[in-house]
Design a protein around this ligand. Structure first.
Ligand code: SF4
Length: 271
């Protein structure tokens, strides 16, 4: 059960220090996708919500149009603490109305989602010259997807979305995030998807805050043989696993002529 409320905001734009952009737009407060590993749970206190993360949604309405003049030379990201194409976007169209405002502008816009609802807006994307669309996934195993991202789109639908967007001439990428040690098989994903898009990004799983305990409880319950590895990485703080993986990614991508970028340890990267 998700509690939905609608409210008016003065502005949708927020300056961001994340390395991928200058401004971020979160069309919704909260995220119904309810991923097990979601780091955005801390946003509850800013939204003044007491429900569990994933069980509430604030639908933002803004009477004022976005002031595009302030955004020239800047990059805008949708989104950082929600999925702009969560299932409620089908009804409320907040993201769609925001993106329409960028039509014909030279502003760089990037949308990252786990939903194939994004296909609804292909014609809008075509009207924005500098748009880029990313689909994130960290497994091709639908059972694991259901465990980790219970309300996001199934893997097959995400793969169909990225193929369709690329075929329609949209600039796309796949974001392998977060990479779960011992679970995410980057070689399998790249081998399957290398013809679906021309670019891949990688991000490792960080475990801190409120999602650390549920993730470790899940590993204990469903993948208990991996517990020693998780303790090594997240308790002993041994970085050897990630360093080896970065090197393996580099070698694999060079061999297979795959373009990629890394957001490993992105919490340490600040503008
Ligand atoms: S889609 Fe992103 S914001 Fe939404 S619950 Fe999952 S990780 Fe959190």
């Amino acid at each position: 059960m998700i509690t939905v409320s609608e409210y008016e905001v003065k502005s949708l734009l927020t300056k961001t220090r994340v390395p991928a952009g200058d401004y971020v737009i979160n069309p919704y407060a909260g995220c119904p996708h309810k991923c097990l590993y979601c780091y955005a749970d801390y946003m509850k206190r800013f939204a003044g919500r007491s429900e569990k993360w994933g069980d509430f949604l604030g639908v933002k309405h803004c009477a004022k149009n976005i002031n595009l003049k302030t955004l020239f030379g800047k990059k805008v990201i949708l989104s950082s603490v929600t999925d702009a194409y969560n299932p409620f976007e089908r009804k409320y169209k907040v993201t769609q109305n925001i993106l329409k405002q960028f039509a014909g502008s030279g502003i760089e816009v990037e949308v990252l989602t786990k939903s194939d609802l994004i296909l609804r807006d292909i014609n809008i994307f075509k009207s924005i010259p500098r748009i880029r669309i990313g689909i994130s996934l960290n497994t091709l195993d639908e059972g694991i997807r259901k465990d980790l991202e219970p309300r996001a789109s199934p893997i097959e639908k995400r793969l169909n979305a990225i193929k369709t967007l690329t075929n329609e001439g949209i600039d796309t990428y796949i974001f392998l995030s977060p990479i779960f040690p011992g679970i995410t098989d980057f070689r399998e994903i790249l081998s399957e998807c290398k013809t679906y898009t021309g670019m891949f990004y990688f991000e490792n799983l960080n475990l801190r805050g409120a999602f650390r305990a549920p993730v470790l409880a899940y590993i204990q319950k469903k993948h208990s043989h991996l517990m020693p590895l998780y303790e090594e990485i997240y308790t002993a703080k041994n970085t050897g696993f990630w360093k080896k993986m970065e090197n393996d990614i580099d070698v694999f991508c060079a061999k297979n002529k795959i373009k990629y970028g890394s957001y490993f340890y992105h919490e340490k990267i600040r503008k």
